[in-house]
Design a protein around this ligand. Structure first.
Ligand code: 5GP
Length: 126
């Protein structure tokens, strides 16, 4: 059973449909465990989404249920993608929204990779 307040995995969420090839994406990287593609509404000059191929609803779900090799593969892919995009020297931001308070919109675990310009404060003062 998935972990987090998001309920059961919805196999028709937009990222599941991208993984099945039903919706196009601008692919950046793919291996056995991971797909990375450009966000459709970029919030920075580089805004890439990195997702596992297996169905996890959120970071909480992924961190609790994914295997060690899957977690290591995901993390290493994320680092390689950032390096390949040329972001290592200037820097970048990695972010995952988990659940309602974070405003998670798509219920398939994903990490946002932002870069290409100074990104400003981490959160708007609230
Ligand atoms: P969240 O708010 O769940 O952390 O982020 C979901 C992200 O998915 C948003 O930045 C949104 O722009 C992106 N997104 C939603 N639908 C699509 C789509 O069909 N294609 C792509 N490439 N990105 C999408």
């Amino acid at each position: 059973m998935p972990v987090s307040g998001l309920g059961a995995y919805d196999p028709d969420n937009v990222f599941a449909r991208i993984l099945r090839g039903e919706i196009p994406c601008r692919r950046v990287f793919e291996d056995d465990h991971v797909l990375a593609f450009h966000d459709i509404r970029p919030l920075a000059p580089v805004h890439v989404l990195v997702i596992p191929k297996r169905p996890y609803v959120s970071f909480a779900d992924f961190s609790a249920r994914a295997g060690d090799a899957e977690i290591a593969g995901f993390t290493r892919a994320l680092g390689r993608i950032a390096a390949t995009l040329g972001l290592d020297e200037a820097g970048y931001r990695v972010l995952s929204n988990m659940g309602a308070d974070a405003g998670q919109e798509v219920p398939h675990f994903h990490v946002h990779l932002f870069g290409g310009a100074p990104l400003g404060p981490m959160l708007a003062p609230g």
